[in-house]
Design a protein around this ligand. Structure first.
Ligand SMILES: Cc1ncc(COP(=O)(O)O)c(C=O)c1O
Length: 380
């Protein structure tokens, strides 16, 4: 994508641009992995559930992975009767069960308590599994680690092993890493699963290996391909994967405009017409976004700050080849995953206008208005 040209074309800032050609490329790449390993691919829609993304994605996947009734409804409206719909969540609600269950092809209960209670309410033809916590941590930050001590995510593998009973289950689900660029965690995790359950795994119809791997940033896919093919061969089951970020992160851009510039304690601050409201993970995880205009060692260091009242609403210090001026546009890259879906209107600032970009053409998809803000905060 020609980002300079893009800036000139955007008439609403801040703007969130989804490059659907790039999205298709990501899926095409995953296609090779899918064909060589025989795995089934679900898109985990929580990363970016924009309907244009789901529609673009649909021909390339075996279904969608969801975590709530609303996600399930959206995914199911898009899929129709084609494809699998998998759900796992710690937050299953009895009052939604009758509406939710018919939408799902597969469910992985998050705890034995949840499993027993919902089985008692009744189950239809949905294939029943459990999310397992294999208790192998590969992350040094507890906030992202599903295998942290006292984890709320999945049935403890030791507890599952002690009940010694996979026979009422059709599947198991794992999801244990965050933005991994190395297949070692899943290889070690599957090894542990094999040690614990061995041939019992053949009683299952499916194994869902979750998401969390950034396929584009991994050079050698052979270990993953081998892992999946061996599972299929040894236990004759379907192997699902459910990536989110890997498929959508690099396909989106956030275009923003400089609203003000001033010096604070000797450093230049540029206030943008976006904020951490539009990418809360910048604040939550102190993540520094990729900026198109940044050049390492360039002469002008400038702190980019958001327009909200929060003192820590800061994107960080970037280097520029020339000073920024009010009205300049900047582009954050690789912002597709967990940005728009977490965005909010704190301080009354509007959400970004959403555009799609396909075959060199920009289409305005959605522009929020004051009425959307008012509606959110008014009684029915
Ligand atoms: C159960 C489950 N599956 C899949 C995903 C998608 O992970 P990612 O976007 O890191 O690939 C998540 C993310 O939180 C998850 O919790």
């Amino acid at each position: 994508m020609d980002l300079q040209r893009l800036k000139a074309q955007i008439d609403n800032s801040p703007a969130f641009i989804i490059d659907t050609n790039e999205l298709q490329k990501n899926f095409a790449q995953l296609q090779t992995l899918r064909q060589q390993s025989g795995c089934k691919v679900l898109y985990s829609i929580k990363a970016l559930p924009f309907s244009r993304v789901l529609e673009t994605t649909k021909p390339w996947v075996d279904g969608f992975a969801v975590s709530s009734l609303f996600e399930a409804k959206l995914a199911s409206e898009c899929l129709g009767i084609n494809g699998s719909l998998h759900l796992t969540t710690p937050g299953l609600r009895p009052d939604e069960w009758n509406e939710l269950l018919p939408l799902l092809s597969h469910i992985s209960f998050n705890s034995l308590s949840q499993y027993q209670r919902f089985l008692a309410i009744g189950i239809n033809s949905t294939s029943i599994g459990l999310r397992v916590n294999p208790k192998l941590s590969f992350l040094n930050d507890n906030r992202f680690d599903p295998c942290r001590p006292h984890s709320k995510l999945g049935v403890d593998i030791d507890e599952l092993w002690q009940t010694n009973d996979l026979k009422n289950l059709k599947g198991l689900q794992l999801h244990t890493v965050f933005s991994s660029t190395d297949y070692t965690p899943i290889i070690k995790t599957v090894e542990k699963l094999r040690q614990y359950f061995g041939k019992q795994l053949a009683q299952l119809d499916w194994l869902n290996l979750g998401g969390g791997y950034l396929f584009k940033d991994i050079k050698d896919h052979q270990p993953y391909i081998h892992l999946i093919s061996a599972l299929k061969q040894d236990y004759n089951l379907d192997v699902f994967i459910e990536p989110g970020k890997a498929l959508v992160n690099n396909v989106a851009y956030l275009v923003t405009t400089v609203l003000d510039c001033f010096i604070s304690d000797g450093k230049t601050i540029a206030i943008l017409d976006t904020s951490v409201n539009h990418h809360p993970e910048v604040f939550e995880y102190q993540r520094k976004l990729d900026l198109h205009e940044h050049q390492a060692n360039a002469k002008y260091p400038i702190i980019l700050a958001g327009s909200s009242c929060l003192a820590g609403d800061i994107f960080g210090e970037y280097q520029f080849t020339q000073p920024l001026n009010i009205g300049d546009k900047l582009i954050f890259k690789n912002v597709g995953a967990y940005s728009l879906i977490k965005a909010n209107r704190f301080n009354g600032y509007n959400l970004p206008t959403i555009y799609s970009y396909q075959n060199q053409e920009l289409h305005k998809e959605k522009q929020y208005q004051y009425t959307d803000y008012r509606q959110q905060w008014s009684p029915d």
